[in-house]
Ligand binder design. Structure first.
Ligand code: NAD
Length: 356
């Protein structure tokens, strides 16, 4: 069996104490690779050397595999697969650097894709040019409720899909998971326009990036299905955390107060109820995601977590923020390079208050 030599950029400090400033996601990636016979963990790089050293001890990586500079690591170790688990503002440059090194075949990067729309496009284009398989850790779609909901949808439980609503988290940090799930339900179609409005009165920074307090957005996919998002206060305007509206029924996927899928058919009044102990039952979603990424890489196939799908999600996010900046509907493709929310804070157009 071929062994894939796996390296990590950004290990994090303390996986026992996750906060919105540091989950040490690399430990969860490492645990997933360790479950695969085809993968061997060979190196890690972190600008904080102690972080890399602690990670290496935990995951049986030799001292020679510990680096502060990821480029030195790539030159010395020539890994096949790299997991990028650093803050969003660094994703684009690190992924581009790994792809341009000429030694890496596959990169699995944490979500959100990038801090800016230009950065997201650049990392995808560079990897495509270099023949590097680029994937993003939108792993929540591997949870049992989402898999079951998609199967029920494909089996016709609510007829043809007309609208997908989500009311969960925010539009960027975990919105990237939420919109990824909407796109998963709608067979990875791209959107054609996005319109949105937001409120940002109290500073909300996750992993170094601003997130709105409350948002209302809608969009249309190129197959005529509509998407709708409500985040923050009053987001319960939508009944389920995800609601799928079809021609013949409605399906709710609940994740917050309970983990459940509920279907109600308009056609015959039939209901389906499925309840779950947790999101993914026995295995974690990251294990499933990394297993699928490695299987696709081995088969030279496109992973469902591929950059093409992640770009569809990321375009909706930045187009939603751009709609706020432009005060109007944004038709796609999105013709900006920056992150409109970050820019509106920098320019003073939005002035969130800090709590401290
Ligand atoms: N998939 C999920 O559900 C999920 C959950 C939490 C966080 N995340 C994402 O994971 C990413 C990382 O978050 P985290 O919580 O693991 O962060 P973390 O702070 O725990 O770890 C990041 C590490 O990257 C290092 N680093 C920063 N810049 C670097 C560089 N240029 N080169 C090498 N190392 C560098 C830091 O020193 C730190 O040790 C973020 O994009 C975050 O949004 C995803």
């Amino acid at each position: 069996m071929t062994t894939h030599r796996v390296a990590f950029v950004g290990t994090g400090a303390d996986p026992e104490n996750p906060t919105s400033d540091g989950f040490a996601m690399a430990y969860q990636h490492a645990a997933a690779y360790e479950k695969l016979d085809s993968c061997e963990l060979v190196a890690c790089a972190d600008i904080v050397r102690e972080n890399a050293e602690a990670f290496a001890v935990r995951h049986d990586i030799d001292e020679e595999g510990v680096f502060e500079d990821y480029e030195e690591m790539l030159t010395a170790v020539e890994p096949d697969v790299v997991s990028v688990c650093t803050p969003p503002s660094t994703h684009s440059d690190l992924v581009v650097g790994c792809a341009e090194s000429g030694v890496v075949d596959a990169i699995h990067c944490e979500k959100p894709m990038a801090m800016t729309w230009g950065g997201a496009k650049r990392m995808a284009a560079t990897c495509e040019r270099a023949g590097v398989a680029l994937t993003f850790n939108h792993m929540r779609r591997f949870g049992d409720p989402f898999r079951d909901a998609k199967q029920l949808l494909d089996d016709g439980a609510i007829g043809d899909l007309q609208r997908i609503e989500y009311s969960w988290g925010n539009f960027y940090d975990n919105g990237t998971h939420a919109i990824d799930m909407c796109n998963y339900f709608n067979d990875e179609r791209p959107a054609t326009w996005v319109i949105g409005q937001l409120d940002y009165r109290n500073e909300e920074v996750y992993f170094g990036t601003h997130n709105e307090n409350q948002m209302l957005a809608s969009w249309e996919y190129d197959n005529g299905v509509y998407g709708m998002a409500t985040t923050g206060p009053a987001s319960e305007i939508a009944d389920g955390d995800w609601r799928l509206v079809g021609e013949e029924g409605v399906m709710d996927v609940h994740l917050t107060d309970e983990v459940a899928v509920r279907v109600r058919s308009y056609a015959d009044g039939r209901t389906i109820e499925r309840e779950y102990d947790d999101l993914a039952s026995d295995e974690s979603c990251i294990d499933r995601a990394i297993e699928e990424v490695i299987q696709a890489y081995e088969a030279s196939e496109e992973s469902e977590l591929c950059a093409r799908n992640a770009l569809n999600t990321t375009e909706i996010i930045f187009a939603g923020y751009e709609s706020v900046r432009r005060r109007g509907r944004v038709d796609l493709p999105l013709d900006i390079e920056d992150n409109p929310l970050e820019e509106m804070v920098e320019s003073g157009a939005l002035s969130p208050q800090t709590s401290g």
